[in-house]
Design a binder for this molecule. Structure first.
Ligand SMILES: Nc1ncnc2c1ncn2[C@@H]1O[C@H](COP(=O)(O)OP(=O)(O)O)[C@@H](O)[C@H]1O
Ligand SMILES: [Mg+2]
Length: 257
């Protein structure tokens, strides 16, 4: 739940850059929310604020009823850039957050092994990141994000660096994994098709300063299949999102850069 978020970046003294302008949104427990918008509109900024990694200049985020004032174990993050430790194996990358926390090594290993199965990396425990494809590396990142059993999973263009076919497969994998536990998921993307395919609701942002342009409900049944992307209803939904993105947005409030 976010209320009236504003965020500016003051890297030029006296001429702050307004990234977000009065963004309010609610995320329902268990839902899959996609946030889509043009590059530079403030999607990553918004997601980092929702995850407690960045503070809004104005406004407030509430998580489980409490004001959010920093990162929380219940919030898992997956970024586009794969940030695995190259000198650690798959297994040890996934156990790392638990090691930091001081969890017993045997328990950490057991929990990581379970997640390795879950994300479809059976047999790769002792491989190093460089021995894996981009899609497999992102599976490791996903497993690591799930290690604390987060109730909220935040994903920032997680498959943006992958080729189109791998990306589609990873979207299906993500839905399979998400549907097992139904943790709340918020995914940021600039792909309209991806946003619609994954979500229960798509939130459309305006160009910078980022505001909410529209919310589009996605009543497509689950489980979703790639064939749905060829169906008329899917086409209508993506059209609706595209229209909202291409809307005639004011450059933003006056005096805002
Ligand atoms: N740490 C920062 N310092 C200064 N400007 C930033 C910073 N992070 C983001 N911005 C600016 O804020 C705007 C929104 O960025 P971002 O949230 O990354 O957009 P998106 O993820 O939608 O592409 C951009 O103009 C970007 O240059
Ligand atoms: Mg971004």
């Amino acid at each position: 739940m976010a209320e009236h978020l504003h965020r500016e970046f003051a890297d030029n003294p006296g001429d702050p850059l307004q990234a977000l302008w009065d963004v309010s949104l609610a995320v329902w427990p268990g839902e899959f929310l996609s946030i889509v918008g043009p590059s530079g509109c403030g999607k990553s900024t918004l997601l980092r604020i929702l995850g407690g990694l960045l503070r809004p200049t104005q406004g407030q985020v509430r998580f489980q009823g409490q004001p959010l004032d920093g990162p929380r174990r219940e919030i898992g993050f997956v970024f586009q850039k794969v940030n695995l430790m190259p000198w650690r194996t798959v297994l040890r990358n996934i156990t790392l957050p638990l090691e930091v926390q001081g969890v017993d090594r045997r328990e950490a290993t057991a929990r990581a092994r379970h997640l390795i199965e879950l994300v479809g990396l059976h047999g790769f425990d002792h491989h190093y990141p460089r021995q894996l494809s981009g899609g497999m590396q992102q599976r490791v990142v996903l497993a690591r994000a799930l290690i604390h059993e987060p109730t909220l999973l935040l994903l920032d263009e997680p498959f943006g660096a992958l080729d189109a076919m791998t990306r589609e497969r990873m979207n299906l994998e993500l839905l399979r994994i998400w549907s097992l536990r139904r943790q709340t998921a918020v995914l940021v993307t600039h792909s309209i098709a991806e946003a619609v395919f994954l979500a229960d609701r798509v939130l459309v942002m305006t160009p910078r300063p980022g505001r909410i342009a529209a919310t589009v409900a996605v009543p497509l049944p689950r489980p979703r299949s790639l064939e749905m992307m060829g169906e008329e209803e899917f086409g209508l939904l993506t059209q609706q999102v595209r229209r909202a993105i291409e809307g005639d947005w004011l450059p933003g409030p006056p005096h805002v850069r």
